[in-house]
Design a protein around this ligand. Structure first.
Ligand code: AKG
Length: 414
């Protein structure tokens, strides 16, 4: 207890610390990228507003916010953990009210030690990105033009780099061909890629999900079902399927970290879009979509469409489109962002492929590839597929559309 608090307690026997609670859902594991601490603050009555300050051990204050509301206020502190040292960190929360001061500490571990993590740290330092902020996660905090963090596959010398990579990693001709497709077309197709037993297991799990309406699964509906990998072991295995991770590791040059799964029983009928605004990495590019066909895809079932080469289009972020963050209502995004995508896709005359794979095929797309779900011309035809989005360890992951933190699952122990 600090001296000033003792004095305060003596003067005001009923005085409580305004710092009621501070918590983080993932406190048990090393933090990387963006992290969130939710602090609950309640001013003591009659003493005026509370100033909440944040510092890290003996360092100066990096964040301050005044809280005047007499009730309990929740402050969502977002942390750029890249700007903290790797290893144990103590975050000091200080509440100041009138002449009184209270402190509380929150301990956690940080790990952004991959080479991508270190490059990101330097980029944030150059940019002057704040360590702590409140409010939405947003592309404004990052220098998307920083040439030092552009991934190899988005650089003009990518084909040259691929030759070096082929030697360094002892790549097969097939692997080189796949990576070349990724550079030039913006996606890779890998046929007959999933082990037959696993595919059969996933098929049965999906039948079970329908029978029990797990997470709202419903036969005939276009809606996507999340996150069935937390319920079914086969889907979980598919989510982090080693042969897919091998390809993603070659793309990222960093360890893949899965975000979520979206399961479709029928075509999604989604407008053509870039994932950039929904699943947003910094640096740009460090996210891939993975689309696994659970059944053979039939014509008119609302096939996935991809626009060949469209990954080279400019990326649209919310702030560039003047679009406010989505808080449950997607109308503004529909008005301000979707038409931009449509216009870009049409303007450039990209070849549009309707993807009709056999069961067990996998398509990996570049974060910025324009893709969508076509109209279900025959609504009776199912089209079971599982999509996952995977980020690269060391990057920052957020959802620019909603301003929320993104999820990167920890790397499973070997
Ligand atoms: O499978 C589909 O129809 C579209 C999936 C998609 O666009 C996505 O998950 O980002």
């Amino acid at each position: 207890m600090s001296q000033i608090l003792e004095e305060a307690t003596a003067l005001y026997p009923a005085l409580e610390s305004p710092l009621i609670n501070a918590h983080h859902a993932d406190v048990a594991r090393p933090w990387s990228g963006l992290a969130e601490v939710i602090v609950e603050v309640q001013p003591n009555p009659g003493l005026g507003p509370v100033t909440l300050e944040v510092s890290f051990e003996n360092n100066p204050t990096v964040f301050a916010k005044e809280i005047a509301d007499p009730g309990i206020s929740q402050v969502r502190l977002r942390l750029h953990t890249h700007l903290l040292p790797d290893g144990p960190v103590v975050m000091v929360l200080t509440a100041k009210q009138d002449k009184f001061i209270w402190d509380a500490g929150l301990s956690f571990q940080v790990n952004n030690s991959s080479s991508l993590g270190l490059a990101v740290r330097e980029s944030l330092q150059r940019r002057g990105t704040p360590v702590v902020f409140d409010g939405p996660c947003d592309s404004q905090y990052y220098d998307y033009k920083d040439a030092a963090v552009v991934p190899w596959f988005d650089r003009t010398d990518a084909l040259e780099y691929l030759k070096t990579l082929a030697v360094e990693e002892n790549l097969t001709q097939q692997e080189v061909g796949r990576l070349k497709d990724f550079l030039e077309r913006g996606f890779i197709v890998m046929e007959d890629f999933i082990d037959k037993d696993l595919l059969q297991q996933v098929g049965l799990e999906l039948e079970d999900a329908i029978a029990k309406k797990v997470h709202g699964a419903e036969w005939g509906s276009s809606k996507r079902i999340e996150p069935l990998h937390t319920v079914y072991p086969g889907i979980r295995k598919l989510w982090k399927y080693e042969p897919i991770y091998r390809v993603l590791s070659l793309i990222f040059r960093s360890t893949p970290r899965a975000c979520q799964t979206l399961t479709y029983f029928f075509g999604s009928q989604q407008d053509a879009h870039q994932d950039t605004v929904h699943l947003t990495p910094f640096p740009a590019g460090y996210m891939c979509g993975v689309w696994v066909a659970i059944d053979d895809v039939r014509p008119d079932s609302g096939e996935l469409e991809v626009y060949v080469g469209s990954h080279r289009l400019p990326r649209v972020y919310m702030k560039d489109a003047g679009c406010p963050k989505v808080d449950g209502d997607w109308t503004q995004l529909g008005k301000l962002v979707v038409p931009r995508w449509r216009e870009m896709a049409n303007q450039h005359g990209f070849e549009r492929i309707l993807y009709r794979p056999k069961a067990g095929s996998v398509l990996i797309w570049h974060e910025n590839l324009m893709h969508g779900g076509t109209v279900r011309k025959d609504p009776s035809l199912s089209r079971r597929s599982i999509v996952s989005h995977v980020f690269a360890d060391g990057c920052i992951c957020f959802y620019d559309s909603t301003g929320l933190l993104g999820h990167m699952d920890p790397v499973d122990p070997a």
